[in-house]
Ligand binder design. Structure first.
Ligand SMILES: [Zn+2]
Ligand SMILES: [Zn+2]
Length: 347
């Protein structure tokens, strides 16, 4: 075991504080990563505050991790010391269920091992990326292309793959009309990726406050959902709607935006049920779907796609002692568009 510096929550209500945590010995198939940057995801906040169920404290969160390999186990073949790598939302899976065998380990039936707050294969509770080092089995470690700016790469590991996966699965591309609901951490990545895939991209945001950004990042159109005329004007006009909003929305209004065989995919989820009037699915043979992160294979594909297309998240780089303030700003949607912690300020 090694003892490393980290930031952790000690309860659901106290601010995060500097701590030390234990990392396991580097096993035969493990790599040790010296973390350079870690993104702040809204899920981190839900988790440490116990809003998604009880957690064991102290808990270090963070599942948008980039860093450098500093040690490899004797049987590691995929990575070398010095490689620039990333870790996203999961660090292992059962490897034997039908979904794992299909290469969709994010949907591991007994459950994938989350990067934090999950019971690890050895029974310990996984600890995330707000720390100086992490030990991860080699096939859950991604290669981060050098052409992606180092500090901006971290949010690709959650916000990037969470939006890339449904865009790819539902074939966003030339000739398809994609709407992105919400212009936050996930939404701004959906805009960039859908645009790079060649789709016609429309942002549906509460107000026009981020319109200039939306158009700059690749949107073709930008509408305010607070204006009821938006729903009349855009009725029956999208092949795919990616919903990044984690609040209860008027599903009938949003489903009415779908064209023939269109799909509404939620990657954001309110804690409450989201009522759907089934009749609103009959017209245009519409679908209502969900999507969760992406597989390791697909995450690597996303990283390579972003490198090829020069895509990186818009970030605000902060020091470790700013994490609690950053949380408050995330809750107020006061970030353009993702906070990234400079982990060197933790050491
Ligand atoms: Zn996340
Ligand atoms: Zn499995």
């Amino acid at each position: 075991m090694s003892t490393v510096k980290a930031y952790a929550a000690t309860s659901a209500t106290e601010p995060l504080v500097p701590v030390t945590i234990e990392r396991r010995e580097v096993g035969a198939k493990d790599v040790m990563i010296e973390i350079a940057y870690a993104g702040i995801c809204h899920s981190d906040i839900h988790t440490v505050r116990g809003e998604w169920g009880p957690v064991t404290y102290p808990l270090t969160v963070g599942h948008e991790i980039v860093g450098t390999v500093t040690e490899v186990g004797s049987e590691v073949t995929l990575h070398q010391v010095g490689d620039r790598v990333g870790v996203g939302c999961m660090v292992n899976s059962c490897r034997e269920c039908v979904n794992c065998l299909a290469g969709e380990e994010q949907y591991c039936i007994p459950g994938n091992t989350g990067t934090y707050a999950s019971v690890d294969r050895d029974g310990s509770i996984t600890q995330g990326g707000y720390s100086t080092h992490v030990v991860v089995v080699e096939d859950f470690v991604l290669k981060v292309p050098e052409s992606i700016p180092y500090e901006a790469a971290a949010p690709l590991l959650c916000a990037g793959i969470t939006t890339y996966s449904p865009l790819s699965h539902w074939n966003a591309g030339p000739g398809t009309r994609v709407a992105v609901v919400g212009m936050g951490g996930l939404g701004h990545m959906a805009v960039k990726i859908a645009h790079a895939m060649g789709a016609e991209v429309t942002v549906l945001s509460q107000t026009l406050g981020k319109k200039d950004d939306g158009l700059r990042l690749g949107a073709d159109h930008y509408y305010a959902t607070s204006d009821p005329a938006t729903f009349d004007e855009l009725a029956n006009s999208f092949d795919l709607v990616i919903n990044t909003v984690s609040a209860v929305i008027d599903m009938s209004a949003y489903l009415s935006l779908l064209a023939l065989d269109g799909t509404f995919v939620s990657v954001g989820a309110p804690p409450e049920p989201l009522p759907v009037q089934v009749f609103s699915l009959f017209g245009n043979r519409r679908s209502f779907a969900g999507s969760g992160i992406g597989s390791i294979r697909e995450t690597q594909e996303m990283l390579d796609f972003c490198a090829e297309h020069g895509i990186a998240p818009e970030i605000e780089l902060v020091n470790a002692d700013y994490i609690n303030e950053a949380y408050e700003r995330v809750l107020k949607s006061d970030v353009r568009y993702r906070f990234v912690i400079d982990i060197s300020t933790l050491a």
